[in-house]
Ligand binder design. Structure first.
Ligand SMILES: NC(=O)c1ccc[n+]([C@@H]2O[C@H](COP(=O)([O-])OP(=O)(O)OC[C@H]3O[C@@H](n4cnc5c(N)ncnc54)[C@H](OP(=O)(O)O)[C@@H]3O)[C@@H](O)[C@H]2O)c1
Length: 370
């Protein structure tokens, strides 16, 4: 404790959109965190995929601001693998006068998995925006979550609903003994946008191109359309219910015809039109029954599937428009009317803020010796 402040050091992996927004928010709120929480959150290291900045013992504000604004250009390149050097920083924390840190994973990479596993082994806490570690092999999930039983904190609010309180809500339900009967959710802004466009009578191929133009899709829209990202989110929710499941156990409908999965991006965009007839007929048959198509996550009775499902228009999921997300929990306690969390399911500011809130909660718990 220095000047009445408890110090909880951070190591931030990933200085892309979320990582840099988080740095800006941390700098902006530094005084508030000190005065309201009696906490200091110095940053020991900022790591990218090609370079890393390590403080002596921590990074100064000016350096952090420069990374927030310009990224890690100018930082030292890795000598070995990023994983080895990031682990070396973790292992040197004791020499820097710290015994417990929060490792923040703001990457979209699998390569952080060994770093996170070593971090929990060394007694550190984790905050993740990256859903990959929690949706890789079940064994990784067990190893990370086992740390909770040792009093360490593993937080990942941003992994499913970005800034929406999805994980905290589900944890609260499960921990208080509610029985989760079913989870129904729209968890992809991109796919929700496409469903709204189909509903408005737009051709599927046109809707995909217009979503791409507006920046709603990944550079290659197939990354969204194949449903893998949604399946990863569904897997995290499924595992939180205590179900042992791998990504391959999630039944997933891809909206990319098989024959267009391996072709070039230009060829895919050109040939997508041939898929319009199929999509139009699905939309029309839903229409005739007063239903609308939604790309849904459905979790119930230990089974999880993601795909296009016709849902009644006059329901919260049916009324969902544009890029918003919605998650509905049907439980023993919320049986007649479900518990619903809804709002924007992406965005740098809201996602970084969820990571920030996780950091604050973890730091406060760590401060109290949990
Ligand atoms: N953006 C959103 O609205 C949103 C919402 C919810 C959740 N998330 C999740 O938040 C995470 C970050 O998203 P983003 O939008 O910030 O992505 P991004 O802009 O692509 O940034 C990812 C960063 O991770 C770095 N990186 C890759 N491998 C690394 C490694 N092994 N070690 C350290 N850094 C590494 C990349 O560095 P290089 O640039 O050098 O490759 C890049 O700067 C993702 O997992 C995403 O799914 C994002």
């Amino acid at each position: 404790m220095v000047n009445g402040l408890r110090t909880v050091p951070l190591i931030v992996l990933g200085t892309g959109g979320i990582g840099r927004t988080l740095l800006r928010q941390l700098l902006q709120q530094r005084l508030h965190v000190r005065t309201s929480h009696a906490l200091d959150l110095p940053i020991v290291a900022l790591a990218g995929s090609r370079s890393i900045l390590v403080g002596d013992p921590v990074l100064d504000e000016e350096t952090i601001l420069a990374v927030a604004e310009h990224g890690l250009s100018g930082a030292a390149s890795y000598h070995g693998t990023p994983e080895d050097e990031q682990i070396a920083v973790l292992e040197s924390l004791g020499e820097r006068g710290f015994n417990r840190a929060i490792v923040v994973d703001a990457t979209a990479s699998d390569h952080t998995i060994p770093v996170l596993l070593r971090a929990v082994e060394l007694g550190h806490d984790l905050v993740m925006a990256n859903k990959r570690p929690l949706s890789s092999e079940m064994d990784v999930w067990y190893q990370l979550m086992a740390a909770r039983k040792r009093g360490q904190c593993i937080r990942h609010e941003a992994t499913v609903g970005a800034g929406l309180p999805v994980i905290a809500t589900l944890l609260g339900l499960v921990d208080s003994g509610d029985e989760i009967v079913a989870i129904d959710a729209c968890l992809s802004g991109t796919l929700n946008y496409l469903c709204s466009a189909l509903e408005d009578g737009q051709a599927f191929s046109e809707a995909v191109k217009s979503a791409r133009k507006q920046g709603y899709t990944e550079p290659d829209p197939r990354d969204d359309l194949c449903g893998l990202d949604v399946a990863r989110k569904a897997l995290i929710l499924t595992r939180m219910l205590g179900v042992r499941a791998e990504l391959s156990d999630i039944s997933r409908e891809s909206l990319v015809p098989d024959c267009l999965m391996e072709t070039t991006l230009d060829d895919f965009l050109e040939r997508l039109e041939s898929f319009d007839v199929t999509m139009r007929s699905r939309q029309q048959s839903a229409d005739e029954q007063g239903l609308v198509l939604r790309y849904l996550v459905e979790v119930s009775a230990g089974q999880t599937r993601v795909g296009l499902v016709p849902v009644p228009q006059a329901t919260p999921l049916g009324r969902l428009r544009g890029t918003d997300n919605l998650i509905s929990f049907r439980t023993a306690r919320y049986s007649e009317r479900t518990l619903i969390v809804s709002g924007p399911g992406a965005g740098r500011e809201v996602t970084a803020a969820a990571v920030f809130a996780d950091i604050l909660q973890v730091a406060t718990l760590a401060m109290n010796g949990h």
